[in-house]
Ligand binder design. Structure first.
Ligand code: SAH
Length: 264
């Protein structure tokens, strides 16, 4: 960690580059971060190791580049994050809430007061996969010309880093809520994923899908819950509700009334 690393919320904003194909772009992204007072660059499975071009294009941001940890998957890189936003060149391609860059920057800063947050960028040729976007709470699109919408990777990083800086310069210190016991703490990515896994099982147990493909309902439910800011306590409460629904479904089955036979 460099001694010039920013403290406070800005120090908790992670810029994650997934599967980058050109090391030079990683260097240029490091420079883009540093000019805007950010330093947390994270790499997920870059195609090639950092080389001379990467260091040359970082142009003085070698510390940011040299300190960047590398992970094998996006899930590992964001496991402890409070908020994960995925940047995509294609508007409305995914069924995720889509944020303007300034709104995204404001939200990142707000949640960075509570823990690490991430802004994720995809591959130069193909962007982020649908599976990777599914791990994001919302997408971010820079409103470019729809006929020529794709910015160079480092240019996209620069635009978002600039918006984060503007949001930071505008922001006033955020008051810590009075009731901030461990239960009021925001749930981690992993805890929310545990809830989603139980929700998927419960929908099966209560025969919610009735022959329809389960993916569509789960996608919509994920979107709904990811829009809110679930606390540890709320996740526990929701999982308690699901556990009771699962118990009732089991009792109905044992009594010879499958969920489909239970009258409305
Ligand atoms: N052909 C790819 C473009 C990838 S550009 C595609 O269609 O997805 C590399 C990365 O830069 C993208 O994955 C995205 O994270 C970012 N990016 C480029 N243009 C962007 C835009 N207009 N809005 C948001 N992010 C953008």
């Amino acid at each position: 960690m460099s001694t010039s690393a920013p403290q406070g919320p800005a120090g908790r904003i992670r810029i994650v580059l997934v599967g980058t194909q050109h090391p030079g772009n990683i260097g240029a992204a490091a420079r883009a971060l540093k000019t805007m007072g950010l330093s947390q660059l994270v790499l997920v499975a870059p195609e090639k190791p950092l080389d001379d071009a990467a260091y040359r294009r970082s142009a003085g941001a070698e510390d940011v580049l040299g300190n960047a940890p590398q992970y094998a998957t996006l899930a590992e890189a964001v496991a402890d994050c409070r908020l994960v936003l995925g940047c995509t060149a294609r508007s409305r391609r995914v069924q995720l809430e889509q944020l303007e860059p300034d709104v995204a920057a404001g939200r990142l800063l707000e949640l960075a007061t509570q823990g690490p947050v991430a802004l994720v960028f995809g591959r130069e040729r193909t962007g982020l996969t649908n599976e990777e976007l599914q791990l994001c709470h919302a997408s971010v699109h820079i409103p470019s010309d729809p006929a020529f919408s794709s910015l160079n990777l480092a240019a996209a990083v620069q635009v978002l880093a600039y918006e984060v800086r503007r949001a930071l310069l505008r922001s006033v210190p955020v008051a810590v809520p009075a009731s901030s016991g461990p239960d009021a703490q925001p749930a981690t990515h992993e805890q929310v994923e545990g809830f989603f896994a139980q929700l998927a099982h419960t929908l099966e147990d209560i025969d919610f899908h009735k022959g329809r493909a389960p993916e569509s309902a789960m996608r919509k439910l994920r979107r709904l819950f990811l829009r809110t800011d679930l606390s540890v306590h709320e996740v526990r409460l929701l999982r308690g509700v699901l556990a009771d629904a699962q118990r009732m479904a089991r009792l109905a089955t044992e009594a010879g009334h499958g969920p489909s036979q239970v009258s409305p």
